[in-house]
Design a binder for this molecule. Structure first.
Ligand SMILES: Cc1cc2nc3c(=O)[nH]c(=O)nc-3n(C[C@H](O)[C@H](O)[C@H](O)COP(=O)(O)OP(=O)(O)OC[C@H]3O[C@@H](n4cnc5c(N)ncnc54)[C@H](O)[C@@H]3O)c2cc1C
Length: 418
């Protein structure tokens, strides 16, 4: 098949690789000058073989939602922003109730599992060299959290997520540089948890997709889509180009682009922040900074190691733009980093980034066909796009040629959004 892909973030590049490896004739259209230049640029890098956080850890979901509303909480939103997005926020809040064992939970769990497995396979098969460390802990600072997680894990033990509750001593053995005065009560170890530089992986996968014949057209924005038996797309200052299928992986550009084909999806864009700094004392003997990833269950702030750098991520903003990086948010990230791993970063050399997370109101990604013939979707991965990209791409490649699917992907279908 002759397939066009719009967008070369994680979703688009992974899809290009999977389709090219199935001998489809693939062309990728990207408005930026390279791959992973928008939402996939400087993201945290955490992935694991379990339903992604916070839903991945039973017992913590409601807590995290409660933290949103505190003044130093993990969500920043103006009143007008909240009012403008009220219906979608309400749905997202309800999605926090995602219950283990339900079809939606199972689909997300299966996708995360398949994706983690695929990242491992591709890394080995293609001999991909990118910054990566295995490990991932959700740190619990309150006895109440430990009790809640213990109870929830016991209840859902039959569902074998592979999550493991550790005591503080065992957790410190895995992250020995964690500050002695960080009030650690326990931690949840993520199954096959890892931190990986997704942007590096995207560049490598792009090269492999090109070797398989995929074409990447950069600085090429698509302004309109038309569905039908021979769907077409229109690049800026260009003519409509027909394909057998068009896969939309356009991140925050998806909503407007799909509207040109009269498909209106209720996608919500929020913003996340990262600060990245070189690790200090590289030649010292004492461990410096995190070994892999630690997530503070209370604040949701994540601290990861990427090669010789450390990255702190947190605070979701509703509304705003890429340019507007609030000082208060950065102070929150610097504070969390210093509390957890004092002196580990050369902060005068830190870089700050703000990136979009695009999600459907129920928090699940949208993967598969849609009501417009010829158009396929792989988008709305929200805070989990790196963790889900390779699995979602594999799933879409199977759906495109009607191969049997490895799990029930119904809950990921676009038709659930009306
Ligand atoms: C701060 C932060 C931390 C994160 N941490 C993690 C994490 O630890 N683990 C995890 O799994 N996920 C994480 N994520 C989420 C993850 O980064 C995203 O889900 C993922 O990058 C989305 O990839 P994508 O390909 O769907 O979108 P994008 O990477 O945004 O790619 C979409 C591409 O489409 C292009 N495009 C848009 N419109 C058009 C058009 N009309 N024509 C041509 N091209 C177009 C854009 O230029 C862009 O390159 C994080 C996100 C943020 C912001």
């Amino acid at each position: 098949m002759k397939v066009a892909i719009v967008g070369a973030g994680f979703a688009g590049v992974a899809t290009a690789y999977e389709l090219a490896s199935q001998h489809h004739e693939v062309t990728v259209f990207e408005r930026r000058g390279s791959v992973a230049a928008e939402g996939s640029f400087a993201q945290t890098g955490l992935l694991a073989a379990c339903a992604p956080l916070p839903w991945g850890v039973p017992g913590l979901q409601r807590q995290r939602l409660a933290h949103w509303v505190r003044p130093d909480g993990s969500i920043r939103a103006s009143l007008t922003g909240v009012l403008a997005h009220a219906p979608r926020l309400w749905q997202l809040w309800r999605a926090g109730k995602l219950t283990p064992g339900t079809p939606r939970w199972s689909a997300l769990q299966a996708l995360a599992h398949a994706s983690r497995q695929r990242v491992g396979e591709l890394t080995l098969q293609l001999n991909l060299a990118y910054e990566q460390q295995s490990g991932g802990l959700v740190l619990l600072a309150e006895e109440r959290q430990v009790a809640q997680v213990r109870a929830a894990l016991a209840e859902t033990s039959g569902l074998a997520q592979g999550l493991k509750l550790l005591d503080a001593e065992a957790a410190r053995a895995l992250e020995p540089a964690l500050a002695g005065d960080w009030p650690l009560r326990g931690a949840v170890q993520l199954p096959s948890g890892m931190v990986g530089n997704g942007r590096q992986l995207a560049h490598l996968l792009k090269t492999h997709a090109q070797k398989l014949g995929a074409r990447f057209l950069f600085d090429t924005e698509i302004t309109a889509l038309r569905g039908g038996s021979s769907p077409s797309l229109v690049p800026t200052a260009g003519q409509a180009q027909p394909f057998d299928a068009i896969v939309v992986c356009a991140g925050m550009g998806s909503r407007d682009l799909l509207a040109t084909a009269r498909l209106r999806l209720p996608l919500l864009t929020t913003w996340g922040h990262t600060l990245t700094a070189p690790l200090s004392h590289l030649d010292g003997h004492a461990p410096v900074g995190p070994r892999a990833a630690v997530v503070d269950a209370s604040s949701g702030i994540v601290i990861t190691r990427l090669g010789q750098r450390v990255r702190a991520t947190g605070v979701t903003q509703l509304g705003g733009s890429t340019q507007d990086l609030p000082q208060a948010v950065l102070q929150q990230l610097y504070g969390a980093l210093e509390r957890a791993f004092p002196g580990c970063a050369v902060t005068r050399e830190a870089h700050h980034w703000k990136g979009p997370r695009v999600r459907a109101p129920d928090g699940l990604p949208v993967v598969g066909p849609c009501s417009v013939p010829g158009l396929w979707l792989n988008l709305g991965h929200g805070p989990f796009g790196w963790a889900l990209a390779c699995g979602a791409a594999q799933l879409l490649a199977r759906q495109l040629v009607s191969h049997a699917l490895p799990f029930d992907a119904g809950p990921l279908a676009a038709k659930r959004l009306g």
